[in-house]
Design a binder for this molecule. Structure first.
Ligand code: PEP
Ligand code: MG
Length: 290
């Protein structure tokens, strides 16, 4: 029920979990607010880039992100940097034909290849919003500590540029990484000191664990087989993150699967992010758990 969905999700014995929404445009932001999302765990910024004929400018991005943030006043919103490339192609950025695009130049790898036209305007637009909204930054497809350092350095550089232009920014904007590449899921200790949070992308993590293309229906039977391994990885990451005072969320498809919710809560997962339509059902499910 819609009224109850605005209350916190807490089990009968008092264990809490944040129920956040995945959103991709202003309409979904509105829906998230209506359905009782406690915040946004994954704002997919791809919507700014897909289905258009030219690159969005810094100013256009600023306005598009602002329109979404205005739908969720006060709420914590985790914004993911561009995750285009692979199956999310755009016409105005030259993308080489790759044998295995899901393993190629995608997300931040593409962003750095076209830094001035892709990452730079996006980072600047988001930093400019960082003093007026409760935002956090999420980096997709991180594989190595070097990947993480590279994007953190870029943000530092853009922050300094903005400051020297006299623009105010939040200097301690929280930053986290997607856990969707097995190397990160297995070795969170390599990253934990450099992040504020981890967010499990179970869709890509399953595809890379099972060597089964998530867009290929002929191998889709492999994807659910990844669940046992993913649960083991989540438990390990939560232990290492909490030990350092960092939080862990799940924003891939498994976050919405109520057959796993109790296990996630017992492992100490802090936040689940899912399509807004599922939130009322999820919150009432949690309230009925012991
Ligand atoms: C994921 O990989 O699980 C995820 C949340 O990101 P996307 O589905 O956008 O790749
Ligand atoms: Mg992903």
């Amino acid at each position: 029920n819609l009224e109850e969905s605005h209350l916190a999700a807490e089990t009968i014995s008092g264990k809490k979990i944040k129920v956040y929404a995945n959103i991709g445009d202003a309409k979904e932001a509105k829906e998230a607010q209506l359905r009782g999302a406690d915040g946004v765990g994954l704002l997919r910024t791809e919507f700014c880039f897909l289905d258009r004929a030219s690159l969005p400018t810094e100013e256009e991005q600023y306005e598009m992100y602002k329109a979404m943030l205005d739908e969720l006043p006060e709420k914590e919103v985790v914004i993911r940097l561009i995750d285009i490339g692979s199956d999310k192609k755009v016409s105005y950025i030259p993308m080489e034909d790759e044998e295995n695009p899901a393993l190629g130049i995608r997300a931040l790898r593409l962003g750095f290849k076209h830094y001035d036209s892709l990452l730079k305007p996006q980072i600047r637009a988001l930093l400019r919003l960082s003093t007026s909204y409760n935002i956090q930054l999420l980096f997709p497809m991180i594989a190595t500590p070097k990947d993480l350092q590279e994007i953190k350095n870029a943000i530092k550089k853009e922050s300094n540029d903005l400051k020297s232009e006299g623009i105010k920014i939040n200097e301690s904007i929280p930053m986290g990484i997607m856990v969707e590449i097995p190397n990160v899921a297995l070795l969170p200790e390599l990253f934990v000191d450099e992040v504020d949070f981890f967010s499990f992308g179970t869709n890509d993590l399953a595809q890379y664990m099972m060597a089964a293309d998530r867009t290929n229906a002929s191998v889709s039977d492999y994807i659910p087989e990844a669940i046992s391994g993913i649960l083991k990885m989540i438990e390990n990451v939560v232990g290492i993150a909490h030990n350092k005072g960092k939080w862990v969320g799940i924003c891939g498809g498994l976050a919405a699967d109520t057959s796993l919710t109790e296990a996630f809560i017992n492992m100490g997962v802090d936040e689940l992010s899912m399509p807004a339509s599922v939130i009322p059902k999820m919150k009432s499910f949690v309230r009925n758990l012991k």
